[in-house]
Design a protein around this ligand. Structure first.
Ligand code: NAD
Length: 483
C-alpha cells in the first residue's frame, strides 16, 4: 500500500504542501520503519485553512439540512465500501491489528457520518407561545470549528468531530496527532468526493504549536480536543481567552468493579476489553479492576489462561490480535509505570516485558494486590497494564472507584439487578457499563465528568455542542413605550 500521501495537508478541497514546515516522520510501530514523511503546517497553511473554512461555512449553512445530511451519508457509504484499504492504513498509522481496525475504526467513523447525516434535517428550533406574541428559536451553527485529535483512533476521532460539526452547518479545520497524521487525510478526500464543498473540512498537520495557533485565532468559534488532561488544560485556557465553545475528550483512570456473583467468563472478557483492546491505548479503559474477595483467585487464574491466547506479530495479519504500542515513546512511558508498580510492591501476575526485536511491542501486563495509593492505580498509563485491587463491600467499592480526579467511564459485573443500577447511579463517570465494557455506539452520548472532560460527543447531545440557539421575539400587537 502507498502510505505516503499526495501532500501533507488538505485545504480548500485539495492536497497542499509547504516543505518549509517542520518534518513529521510517520513510523509504522510494528517495524519502526518510516512509512511517510510529512511537514507541519506553516502559518501560511494555517491561514489558508482558516480562510477557506470561514469562506465556505456561510453558504453551507444555507443548504437545506437534508442535502447536507445526504453528503455525510454518501461519505459513510463510501467509507464502508473502502473499509479494507482504510483499515490497512489505520493499522499502518497506529499499529493496531487489522483484526480490530477492520471492525472498529473506519466503520465507527461511517456510523457517525450516517447518524449525523440522518439527524441533520431534524435539527430545528421551537415555537414558544406567549398569548398573542410568540418567540421562535433557530438552532444555528457556531461557524468555524477546530478539531484536534489524539493518536489512538485517528479515523474515528476525525469523523466523530466532523460529522456533528458539518451536520449543524459548521466548517472544520482538523489537526490530527503528529503521531498518526495519515487517516484524517483520507476522511477529507472521501468527504469531498461525496460532494462536500471545498473548504468545509480541512486537515492541517503539526505538533502542539500548530494546534495552539489554531485555538487562539479570531476566526475560530469552537475547539474540540481529544487528548490528555494536561493538553486539555492548556487548550481550555486558550479557548477561554476568546470565549470560544469547547468540547474536551480527555484521559481517564476508570474503575471496573467485579462482584462475587458475576458470571466469571463474562467478567474476564470485560476486563480484557477494558484493558487490552488497542494494546490498552483507549481513554475509557477500566484499568482499576476491583475484584471481590470470593471470586479473586478464580478471576486471576482464568484471566491468565485467556491471555495465553494473545497473538502478537505483524498487525496486518488478520490472525494477530495484539499490536505494538503506537510509538517507542509511549512504550517507554508505559515501561516506566510497570517499573513503579513493581517498586511500590504490586504483584506482577503476568507480562511486564518488552518484546525484543523490531517494533514497539510490550506484553499484556497484569498486576494484583494493587492498593489505591500506588502510582499504577492513580495515573493514566495508556498502555496494556491492568491493576487488580481487592475489595469486600459494595459501599467500599463505590467509594474507592470514585476516589479519582478522573470521571470518564466505569463498569460493573454482577448478577444482582438492583445492585448493578445502584452502582451505575453512584459512579462519577460519563459512561457506565453494566455487564459490559467499552462499547461506544454513536447513538449514545460519550464524554467525561470531572477532569475527564467537558461536553459530549455522539448522540443528539453532540448537536448542543456544535450549534447555538437564537431566540426571535415576535410582537403581534402594537408596540408600547412609556413616552
Ligand atoms: P496529547 O494531549 O499529547 O495530544 C493530543 C493532541 O493535542 C495532539 O494532536 C497534539 O498535537 C495536540 N496538542 C498538544 N499540545 C497542544 C497545545 N498546547 N495546543 C493545542 N493542541 C495541542 O494526547 P495524545 O498523547 O495524543 O493522546 C493520548 C491522550 O488522549 C490520553 O490521555 C487519552 O486518554 C486521551 N484520549 C481521550 C479520548 C476521549 O474521548 N476522552 C479519546 C482518545 C484519547
Amino acid at each position: 500500500m502507498q502510505t505516503q500521501p499526495t501532500a501533507s495537508h488538505f485545504v480548500n478541497g485539495e492536497y497542499v504542501e509547504d516543505t518549509a514546515g517542520e518534518v513529521i516522520d510517520v513510523i509504522y510501530p510494528a517495524t519502526g520503519e518510516v512509512i511517510a514523511t510529512l511537514h507541519a503546517a506553516t502559518p501560511a497553511i494555517v491561514d489558508q485553512a482558516l480562510n477557506a473554512a470561514k469562506a465556505a461555512q456561510k453558504e453551507w449553512a444555507g443548504w437545506s439540512p437534508t442535502e447536507r445530511g445526504r453528503v455525510l451519508r454518501r461519505a459513510a457509504y463510501m467509507i464502508r465500501d473502502r473499509n479494507h484499504d482504510l483499515s490497512v492504513l489505520e493499522t499502518y498509522d497506529t499499529g493496531k491489528p487489522y483484526q480490530e481496525t477492520s471492525v472498529a475504526d473506519a466503520t465507527s467513523g461511517a456510523d457517525a457520518l450516517e447518524y449525523f447525516g440522518g439527524l441533520a434535517a431534524s435539527i430545528t428550533g421551537e415555537h414558544i407561545p406567549l398569548g398573542g406574541d410568540f418567540v421562535y428559536t433557530r438552532r444555528e451553527p457556531l461557524g468555524v470549528c477546530v478539531g484536534i485529535g489524539a493518536w489512538n483512533y485517528p479515523t474515528q476521532i476525525a469523523c466523530w468531530k466532523a460529522a456533528p460539526a458539518l451536520a449543524c452547518g459548521n466548517a472544520m479545520v482538523f489537526k490530527p496527532s503528529e503521531t498518526t497524521p495519515l487517516c484524517a487525510l483520507k476522511v477529507a478526500e472521501i468527504l469531498h468526493e461525496a460532494g462536500l464543498p471545498a473548504g468545509l473540512f480541512n486537515v492541517v498537520q503539526g505538533y502542539g504549536a500548530v494546534g495552539a495557533s489554531l485555538i487562539s485565532d479570531p476566526r475560530v468559534d469552537k475547539v474540540s480536543l481529544t487528548g490528555s488532561v494536561p493538553t486539555g488544560r492548556k487548550v481550555y485556557a486558550a479557548a477561554a481567552e476568546g470565549l470560544r465553545h469547547v468540547t474536551m475528550e480527555l484521559g481517564g483512570k476508570s474503575p471496573l468493579v467485579i462482584f462475587d456473583d458475576a458470571n466469571l467468563e463474562n467478567a474476564v472478557s470485560g476486563a480484557i476489553m477494558a484493558n487490552f483492546y488497542s494494546t490498552g491505548q483507549v481513554c475509557s479503559n477500566g484499568t482499576r479492576v476491583f475484584v471481590q474477595g470470593g471470586i479473586k483467585e478464580a478471576f486471576l487464574e482464568r484471566l491468565v489462561t485467556r491471555l495465553a491466547n494473545v497473538k502478537m506479530g505483524d498487525p496486518q495479519d488478520p490472525e494477530v490480535n495484539f499490536g505494538p504500542m503506537a510509538s517507542e515513546r509511549q512504550r517507554d512511558i508505559v515501561e516506566g509505570f510497570i517499573e513503579k508498580g513493581v517498586a511500590e510492591g504490586a504483584r506482577l501476575v503476568t507480562g511486564g516485558k518488552r518484546v525484543e526485536g523490531p517494533g514497539s511491542f510490550l506484553e499484556p501486563t497484569v498486576f494484583a494486590n494493587v492498593t489505591d495509593d500506588m502510582t499504577i492505580a492513580r495515573d493514566e498509563i495508556f498502555g496494556p497494564v491492568m491493576s487488580v485491587l481487592d475489595f469486600e463491600t459494595e459501599e467500599e467499592a463505590l467509594a474507592r472507584a470514585n476516589a479519582t480526579e478522573f470521571g470518564l467511564s466505569a463498569g460493573v459485573f454482577t448478577s444482582d439487578l438492583t445492585r448493578a443500577h445502584r452502582m451505575a447511579a453512584g459512579f462519577e463517570a460519563g459512561t457506565c457499563f453494566i455487564n459490559s465494557y467499552n462499547d461506544a455506539p454513536v447513538e449514545a452520548p460519550f464524554g467525561g465528568m470531572k477532569l475527564s472532560g467537558v461536553g459530549r460527543e455522539n448522540s443528539k447531545a453532540a448537536i448542543e455542542h456544535y450549534s447555538q440557539i437564537k431566540s426571535i421575539y415576535v410582537r403581534m400587537s402594537e408596540m408600547e413605550a412609556p413616552f
